[in-house]
Design a protein around this ligand. Structure first.
Ligand SMILES: [Zn+2]
Ligand SMILES: [Zn+2]
Ligand SMILES: [Zn+2]
Length: 352
């Protein structure tokens, strides 16, 4: 196969090809020829926006009782509490098991902390509807959580995320996210760390700094930019309207950011989520998460902070992408190109 460094894009506009994800060092199959195929599969119900400012039956609304008997405080901005049904618990013994000694039945103790972060006391708000100042308060809570949990010797990663919408398994529309901090580094982060370290080693520069520079020069996959952050549909995106948010400066986590940068992050989160809601004129479901560096006590010059948005919607408010068949057994695949998804998002962003 002949390597070409520019001008080959047109060849791939209408024909199947695969694209390399250098972060995870895996390939994604792109089939732009398939976008016209008829759909007779599952259709989801559309979801009406939430109208109530306060829902007496919502356990995240201020002052309400939660399952298990605890009560949510009467809070006025953001609110953090330990998850009543945590997937991780502190003080689990740090032991490893290899039953039979053949490296086949292997397990190890995993300890950690799971917390819930309410973004606002208002039940009816979303990041898209909150002010930049209000989202900035959320970014400050994320920073505190990263700092506090990351300082523990028994924590090596602090994963902050939000599941938005019933389609992504969010059980409650109240604006909130979670933090899961764990003794071990999760799989996705291990892969992305290896990808970034390999790139630094091979090219002598940061993968995501180089990538950001390329994308901002080309512009075709850029969705939005402000003075500190840029949002792009990654060249290797898997989800139809996947977006990656990158700081313009090489910073590894929220703590390393300036006040101006945290303001820029808040503004970019509002831009991206508001843009999403306009695409199909519906509250856009997604899983969103922060990827700061690991907090394992090592230096990570290779790591460039970023956020991922993984939204499932494909071509309307009711038709979603499924990861099945080839994707489960072979590898990820998409139909609409990242370039056309970026164009759709830019157009939506311009609509009032
Ligand atoms: Zn609520
Ligand atoms: Zn960088
Ligand atoms: Zn990542």
């Amino acid at each position: 196969m002949k390597p070409v460094t520019q001008g080959f894009g047109d060849v791939f506009l209408k024909s199947p090809h695969r694209r390399f994800n250098p972060l995870k060092r895996e390939w994604v199959l792109v089939s732009p020829n398939r976008t016209q195929r008829p759909w007779q599969g599952q259709v989801e119900k559309t979801v009406a926006p939430v109208a109530l400012r306060y829902d007496p039956s919502c356990y995240l609304c201020p002052g309400n009782e939660r399952a298990g008997g605890a009560r949510t405080d009467v809070y006025t901005s953001t609110y953090v509490f330990e998850n009543d049904f945590a997937a991780l618990k502190p003080d689990v013994p740090d032991v490893k098991l290899d039953e039979g000694g053949r490296g086949l039945l292997v397990a190890e103790g995993e300890s950690g902390v799971c917390r819930v972060i309410c973004f606002s006391p208002r039940h009816d708000l979303t990041l898209a509807k909150m002010s930049v100042a209000e989202i900035r308060a959320v970014a400050d809570v994320w920073t505190e959580q990263e700092r506090e949990l990351g300082a523990s010797d028994d924590i090596r990663y602090v994963q902050i995320f939000e599941n938005r919408g019933a389609m992504m398994g969010a059980s409650n529309p109240h604006p909130h996210g979670q933090v899961w901090a764990s003794r071990s580094v999760p799989n996705e982060v291990v892969a992305e760390q290896a990808g970034q370290a390999a790139y630094l080693e091979e090219h002598g520069c940061c993968l995501l700094c180089s990538y950001r520079e390329l994308e901002m020069g080309l512009g075709e996959r850029v969705v939005a930019a402000n003075e500190s952050f840029v949002a792009v549909v990654p060249y290797w995106a898997v989800w139809p309207f996947e977006v990656m948010v990158l700081p313009l400066r090489h910073v590894a986590d929220l703590e390393a950011m300036t006040d101006t940068e945290r303001d820029g992050l808040a503004a970019m989160l509002q831009t991206v989520t508001a843009t999403y809601d306009k695409v199909f004129d519906t509250p856009f479901p997604y899983s969103m998460g922060l990827h700061p560096q690991t907090c394992d006590g090592e230096a990570h010059p290779e790591w460039h902070f970023h956020l991922h948005f993984y939204p499932p919607l494909l071509r309307s408010a009711t038709i979603r992408k499924f990861m099945v068949g080839f994707e489960l057994l072979g590898g990820p695949q998409r139909d609409i190109t990242p370039e056309s998804a970026a164009e759709t998002l830019r157009q939506a962003g311009m609509r009032a």
